[in-house]
Structures are given as structure tokens and as C-alpha cells.
Design a protein around this ligand. Sequence first.
Ligand code: FES
Length: 702
Amino acid sequence: MRILTCNCHGLIKFPELNLGPDVKIEQYDNLCKLKPEIGADEKVVIAGCSPNLLEGIFPNTNAEFVNLLEHVTLVNHSLEKAKGLIVAAVEKMKQTPSVKTKVFDIKNKSALVIGGGIAGIEVATQLSKNGLSVKLIEKTPFLGGTVAKLDRLYPEGTPYSHTLMPLINKLQAYDNVAQLFNTEVTDVKGRVGDYKIKLKTNPRGVVQCINCGKCVDVCPVEINDDGKKRKAIYYVPTFPDMYAIDFEACTKCGECVKVCPGKIDLEQTIKETDIESGAIVVATGLNWYDVSKVQEYGYARLDGVMKTLEFERAIASGALQPNKVAIVYCAGSRDSKHLPYCSKICCLLGLKEAKLVKDRFPGAEVYIIAMDMRSYGTFEYLYNTLREKGVSFIKGKPSEINRRNGNLVVKTEDLFTNELLEIEVDTVVLSSGFVADAATFDQFNIKLNGDFPVLFENAGLGNYELPRGIFTAGAATFPSGVAETLVDARKASFSTLDLLSRDKIETKIPQAVVDEDQCSVCRMCIGTCPYNAISVVDDKIKINEELCMGCGICAITCPSYASQLEGWNHSGLYEQVRSLVKKGDVLAIMCRWSAYNATERVAHDKLKYPENVKIVRVPCTGAVDPSHIMLALQKGAKGVLIGGCYPDGCHYARGNFRAKAREQILKLHLDSLGMDKDMVRLEWIGKDEAHKFVEIVQEMNR
Ligand code: FES
């Protein structure tokens, strides 16, 4: 076996090592640049800086990484500790078989794009322009998404159609795009390069249409569509150029059928279709936060309190002519009770609404009440223009909105003047944030990082994720304005094109393997697999490589160790722990996605923790074997910390909850042995929670 060491231009020091004739040590100044050859089945230990970096330099390698930079050098730990970490890594690799290369054929060269807003339109255009066959599905009867509902786009106040219609027209120029309206995905099966998808198409009702509009005149049902009144039969001037019936509102009175010179069928039924595709792009757009949850602001309780979209549509349609408007920023955003994050574009939407009022009603008074104004880049010009036009900016966060003497009263502090204000207006606009399309992401097993998707493939995060061929585009990735949405859509298009231009993908993602000689076909693993990747075939347990995501949960469940996770097998980790842990140590077994990153952050935040804390990296806390924890305690460890992702953040379908259950059982076990049950702790530690990690290991060291 070889140990490749990198001193990072003299930054990292190495211990003297002699591990016998079978272990060859090679020292490099700059591994990133020199990149020595590593054989496909060769096993190596790479000791240098962060595995997060080195995995990117040496993808698809059978390697155990030793982080000497962040876990020794930068935290002023000794060369003796460095030696222990390297020796333990060698012991692990001796017992760890090479990870098999998996090959996924890209059988199907077509793509499914979900969402007919500007992101989906742009992706479908780029893919079809490059010769791919594309299915673009949209759940409403028209293209355009949120943009088609707006009046104007910021910063200049350009009509939405000036941007949207050229995009739609470009798309219509390609005949290799099938556009399906009123259509949603109901089921998806398969894997990268070979997806089988079921679609459900709801009826449009209008079969032939000459766009005369007579149906609208006679339709008796009027509804409020995000601030704008429309009938149950309606038209959006984008594409296709024909009316549609909103069957949720329609009473089937038949008046439209009587006057229609084309054809309306009120009895149309749902259609189901099976399609196949090699890649999927999720472009489902913006999802507004339900601002009625911010009860103190009175949305849906007080007339005149509106969301930005409703306000814009009401003004544009002439239904609203306000005299005094308060625009309340961060309605539910940057608030631990609602959305803890900033949605980035709501400040700009609020500015746009202020401009809309001032342009149409120059005499109207407009107040913008904001904790902060985030008008980044050139959007600052819009902010300055509004100040010149007399919009009043108040720094504060309103405590409540009520009605008094027919007016809405916004109670707020003003942090510039230190006054408490009561602003009387006729209209309040709540500029709220956005949430991820959790239902769609769940359908496609796209993990959310906190609230928005984790983009393994787009982010190129090393070689531990199955290439899925599922991408997100535009505001589905994170809230974005039109310009950014189009850039993100092009990125997703390039990723899709890159994937579908290949005939196959080769990867060394660790997956579960079953030793049939050891397996008693007890089937316990089947129920624990979160991906339904395990089944019984010819009385034998089989792992479906196309579905296994490499979480390792089945391996921990198997009572006979017949199931093992490649690269993290039981005996390899056992030897690593056995070699590493000394009496009085604290063993920290850290999830590679969260807590491990916090241990690295410690070094960069110039924090310190005791030298006896030894860190081992695992794919998920769900893959932590209680027998390894007991081994560490038998060797005299003061404690074992398991650090994992926060409850909703586990990358492997709740592996962290399984780890929590095991921790509880271990605590009971320790208690029954008369040992301190707090010697074992499972903690949720976020990527950037270096302080939390340090506090916990210091506590465990007392
Ligand atoms: Fe971090 Fe599961 S991936 S705990």
C-alpha cells in the first residue's frame, strides 16, 4: 500500500514513519498539482489537507484521507497524533476491499423538464437547440409561470411580456419539444439515463378555440386569481393561444358551450401517460411562503393587507387605487419562527411595488418598513430613485397591523429616530419570502439542505453520491429574479447536455454488498433500506446498484455482518478505531456532510480543542456501528461523540434518526453496566458549528 503525503508547500509537518516493507511512503510538496497516478483498484492513504478538497482532486479512488492540516497542524496538535491518525488509516485500508467500479448506461437520450416558467422554457430551448428530444410539462394550462402573472419586471419596470414572449417564441421554433399542459408527474422509477415516469394530464375543457372570448362574457363564475379577477374559463396571453377551464371553479353550467364557435368538452377526463427519459430537470419556480402564518400582520384577516403579487396584479388591473401604502419587508423572513433565511429577491420586489405606485399615482404616500435594505449590485439605483420620488424608508420591524377607523394601522419602531410609530394607511403590502417546492423534491428524492435543495451533481461534491441525472433550474434551486433564473437554467441545461452526450457513466460510489455465504436471508435489511434497493431474488438478498445510495444503514442492521458498505466495511472501521483510540481519548465519529465540516472549521476559526479528541469520518450517522462505539469504550475512551446532520438535513433519508435510536439503546446498555450513559452522545452539528463541536468535546473531556 502507498501513503501519499502532501506538505502543502511546507505548511504541514510529518512524523517519522516506518510501517514495514509493504507500506511505501511518498512525500509531495503539492499533491493537488502533481497528482500522482493511482491504479483503479489500488488502495492508498492520502495524508494532507481536507478530504473535501482531496476527493475532488482524486475522484473515484480507493483512498482513506487523513486531514493533517485541519486536525493536527492548524490546531497545534502533536506529530504523535498525526502518526496515530495515519497508522489507523493504514489499518483501515488493509481490511477494506477495493470499491467496485459501477457503470450506468445512458440508455435514453431525452430529457423531461418540469415547469413551464422561464427556467423550464429556457432549459427546454437550450436542450432542443442542441438536438435533444424534450418533454416540457406544465401543471397549469399556460406557459409563463410566475412571470406571466406579473405586470412588470425590476429594475426598470419593463413589461413582463417583453422578456417572456421572446423566450416562448424561441422555444416554439423547435419541433423536438413536446409541450404538455395541465400535466404533473405521478410516479418516477429508474435511475440515471433510464427513468420511467408516469404523467397525469388534467382536462383543459377547451378543445378548439378561435380566441373570440365569447365564453368569458357568459361565464357566471368569477374568482380572485392572486389579486386579479377572472372567470372560470380564462386566457393567459402567452402560449398556447387558446382558452382553458379552471375545473376547480367551474360549475359546469354549460353557458360557455352554448356560445362557443369552436369546441368545449366539459366531460373531458384525466389522461395518464407513461414516458421515458434519461435526465430530469426540475424547474418548478417560486413558491411563496404562506404569510397568513405571520398572524400579527393580519393577512387573510384584514381587508387591504396583500401579498406583493396580489398588490401588483390589483394595481395593474385597475382594481386598486391606493392613497397611502405601507410595504412591510421580511414578512416572516429572517425570523426563527418562520423562515430563518433571506430569500434574496423580496427586497427588490418591494422596491418594484413602490415604483409601481409612484409611477401610476405620483401623489400617493409610500412607506417601506424594513430591517435592512438588500438592494445588491446595480439595484441600488432603484432604491435611490425611489428616495428621490419621496418614498419614506423606515428602519424597523412592525410588531402588528390592525384596523382603526377604517384604516390599517402599522405599529413599528423606527430605529433611526428611536420612536414608536403608528402609520395609518389604506393598503399594506407584505413582502414575504419563498420556500422550496418540497413536494416535488420529495417525489424525486432531492434532499433539502435546511430549506433548499442540495445539488450534489451541480456542486461537484466528490465521489460519494450516485449520479442521478436530476437537476434543478432557476428559482427551484433558490429564489431568484429573471436574469439569475436564466443563468441557472443555462447551467442546468449544460449539465443535462453533458450527461446525455455520454453513453455511460463510470463511478466508484460506495454501495452495499452482500456476502451470500454469510447471509441467512433474514430480510432485516430490506425493511431498513430507505431506497427500496434490497430485494430477494432466487432466495438470495440482492442489492439493486441503480437504487442503492450508499448510506450503509442496512450494513449496521445485518446481524451477521453479511451486508457491508464498500469503503466503510465493518472490519476496516473496527481496525481504524482499535488502532486510533487510546485510554482517555474522546472518539468523534463525524458525518461527512455536516459535523465533519465543523471539525475543519475549528481550525480556520482559530479555535482549539484537546489533543485527545480523535476524529473519524463516516458517510452518515446511520452507518455508525454500536460495536465500534463499545470497542472505543473498552479501549478506555472517555467518551464517544457521534456528530450528524440536523433532523431534516440527513442526506440519506433519516439515517440520523436511526442513529438517535441506537444512541438511546446504547445509553440504556451503558446504564445497565453501571457506566455513565453520557459517555455516548449523538449531537446534531451543522457544517459551520465549530463552536458547538468544541464545546461538546470539551464537556466530554471533563
Ligand atoms: Fe449526515 Fe445522515 S448524512 S447524518
